[in-house]
Unconditional design. Structure first.
Length: 221
């Protein structure tokens, strides 16, 4: 099984250097491609969480793709042009969904992974907002997508913390009744949690998965 990185955009010496340390091959491309059995498609200039990559490859044993959430509070209805939002709504039906940090996209080279990337490239050619393009591609192909926590993206995590502080400063009294929602933590595996706690639940599950991946690596499995 060969893992590697595809960098989208201009040369990025920092990613190249990190890839050498992680013993990962690197290719450049103008568009997302699957160059390896498990590929990290990363935008040039992105800070790669090198210590988390073993967990990402482990996730791709069960999922077709994995991608972090983008900023909390920002939904599909908040980005792109009016026309592109209309085109997106025609496919996904509801624009009240969170967006993904497509700057850090892990995809397995299987039928569903290839279908996702093919659809993503089609949508990128027809739209200006890549996050909406990815949503349309995802809803068109429906791969098993592992939604990673925002902690995978250093810049996004910092912005989320800033937004959280701003919300806290303008907070109103909490409601007495808290809604329960379903969260998918593995393909076909769901748990219930209080609305607003989805991030914490995913993060805890992924932390356990990373610990298991680390133990397997130590045992040479």
């Amino acid at each position: 099984m060969r893992n590697g990185i595809v960098i989208i955009g201009k040369a990025d010496k920092a990613i190249e250097s990190g890839a050498r340390r992680a013993q990962l091959s690197v290719q450049y491309s103008d568009t997302p491609v699957l160059a390896f059995d498990k590929t990290l498609i990363v935008a040039s200039g992105t800070r790669v969480p090198w210590d988390l990559l073993p967990a990402a490859w482990h996730f791709l044993d069960r999922w077709d793709a994995a991608v972090p959430l983008w900023r909390y509070g920002m939904k599909a209805a908040d980005v792109g042009t009016k026309q592109e939002r209309k085109e997106t709504e025609a496919i996904i039906r509801d624009l009240r969904v969170l967006l993904h940090s497509v700057e850090l996209l892990f995809v397995r080279d299987n039928d569903d992974g290839r279908a996702l990337i093919a659809a993503y490239n089609e949508e990128l050619a027809n739209g200006d907002e890549r996050r909406l393009s990815f949503l349309r591609a995802y809803y068109r192909t429906k791969p098993r997508l592992c939604v990673l926590t925002t902690s995978w993206m250093a810049e996004v995590q910092a912005r989320n913390a800033q937004d959280a502080r701003a919300r806290k400063a303008h907070a109103v009294a909490p409601q007495q009744v808290r809604e329960l929602v379903r969260v998918e933590i593995a393909p076909g595996r769901f748990v219930k949690c209080v609305a607003g706690e989805e991030e914490r639940v995913r993060e805890e599950f992924q932390r356990r998965q990373m610990r298991r991946a680390g133990l397997k690596k130590q045992r040479g499995q």
